[in-house]
Design a protein around this ligand. Structure first.
Ligand code: FAD
Ligand code: UDP
Length: 372
């Protein structure tokens, strides 16, 4: 069998970007394997039985403030401009989340302006000296009542933990606004790949120096394939045979449905903080702009067991990860990249940026040069 310069485990953002850079950027021979039957990792999208483009592993919305990441990916896809909007079902109403001026006015039947909302929140916010947990983040901004209506139930469902048991970074992802901006993200670049994520990944991996093997677990081939260096983007604890114990990851179950109706929801995502077993429902046609007589949605149920989707940000997990990180760093010739391998609650653009940094380090150049 031919010698590969790199064996890459996982064909998600981390693995596919590194494969592209190593092959196209510096002529390396790359074998990329994934145990799933498809490329694109968790960003995988496909046409369902009704012919509607859906995201198999839940809604993926691309947003970034990094021009470098956006320009780099733009070589492999055209974009559809898309601003994500989410409503939360609270007290029998659908109101904007992140909490904004309209959320407050509608929840309380008032007609505040931005200054009055500032005052309204200041009167309710709890004054805390240190913001440590995901509860602290929210109660210190909006007070306990809104925290309980919008955050406590959702977080308990999503993580199986109370917000007081999670690092601040989890709920800090969702801001509070005193204006009427109802976008979920405010990043400078917000767009969806025009022909879907999977097509973008196919373009990334379309190079004569890249060989892709699907339905292939790294363990099955590691002793058969000759390679010089390894890039691993799967769960780091699995790589080391759980020698320090299992790193907790939160799992998800997805229930996909197609409805014989053109549209079901006013926006792409509706969050259910307090009702039902699922956390949110996504209607894909909002994300993709596809026109179709039917519509497909997905419900997300959070689980303790199953495939790993989310690292769980809390101190004791960070400590356990550190032990694996020390092993990983001592493992010369093996590079750990991505959300599962570096145990970070990263968005797609952050994983892309991390992969470009790892590539720059591998070839000893700056990251800006590495993306060229
Ligand atoms: P992955 O995409 O998980 O890829 C890792 C791959 O490695 C997998 O395909 C896996 O099968 C493979 N693998 C693992 N172990 C092995 C092995 N032993 N052998 C072979 N293959 C192996 N980010 C955003 O920016 N916007 C969003 O809207 C967004 N929404 C999300 C919604 C959900 C429900 C989830 C779970 C994540 C979301 N993300 C979002 C985050 C995004 O999915 C990740 O940042 C990104 O996909 C991580 O890429 P990755 O390459 O690190 O990992
Ligand atoms: N969150 C919440 N209520 C909401 C939205 C988010 O409590 O209506 C909390 C919850 O803990 C969630 C976290 O904020 O896990 C981050 O939300 P985000 O929408 O970024 O989650 P993701 O898309 O990564 O699942």
């Amino acid at each position: 069998m031919e010698m590969f310069d790199y064996l890459i485990v996982g064909a998600g953002f981390a693995g596919s970007i590194l494969a592209e850079r190593l092959a196209r950027g510096c002529g390396k021979k790359v074998l990329i394997v994934d145990r799933r039957p498809h490329i694109a990792g968790n960003a995988y999208d496909h046409y369902d039985d009704a012919g509607i483009l859906v995201h198999k592993y839940g809604p993926h919305i691309f947003h970034t403030n990094s021009r470098e990441v956006f320009d780099y990916l733009s070589r492999f896809t055209e974009w559809r401009q898309y601003q994500h909007r989410v409503l939360a079902s609270v007290d029998g109403q659908l109101v904007p989340i992140p909490i904004n001026l309209d959320t407050i006015n509608r929840m309380y039947g008032v007609n505040l302006n931005s200054f009055q909302m500032d005052e309204f929140l200041a009167n309710r916010a709890e004054k805390l000296e240190h913001i440590r947990t995901s509860e602290d983040v929210v109660v210190s901004k909006v007070g306990r009542e809104l925290y309980e209506k919008f955050f406590r139930g959702y977080t308990r469902k999503q993580w199986g933990l109370d917000p007081s048991e999670l690092d601040a970074q989890v709920t800090a992802r969702v801001p509070t606004r005193t204006n009427r901006d109802d976008r979920y993200f405010t990043d400078s670049y917000q767009a969806m790949p025009k022909q879907g994520f999977t097509r973008m990944f196919a373009n990334l991996l379309d190079h004569p120096n890249i060989k892709v093997m699907l339905n292939t677990d790294y363990r099955e081939i590691r002793d058969m394939v000759p390679y010089r260096e390894l890039i691993f983007t799967g769960p780091v604890d699995e790589y080391f045979d759980y020698c320090y114990g299992k790193l907790p990851y939160r799992c998800l179950e997805f229930k996909h449905e197609t409805h014989n109706k053109e549209m079901l929801q006013p926006v792409a995502v509706i969050n259910y903080p307090n009702d039902y077993a699922y956390t949110r429902v996504t209607e894909f046609k909002h994300l993709t702009g596809q026109e179709h007589q039917k519509t497909s949605i997905v419900y997300e149920f959070s689980r303790a067991e199953g495939d790993p989707y989310y690292p769980i940000p809390r101190a004791e997990n960070a400590e356990l990860y550190k032990k694996y990180q020390t092993l990983a760093e001592a493992n010369k010739g093996v590079h750990f990249v991505g959300r599962l391998a570096t145990y970070r609650y990263y968005n797609m653009d952050q994983v892309a940026a991390q992969a470009l940094t790892v590539f720059a380090n591998l070839i000893g150049s700056s990251r800006a040069q590495a993306a060229e």
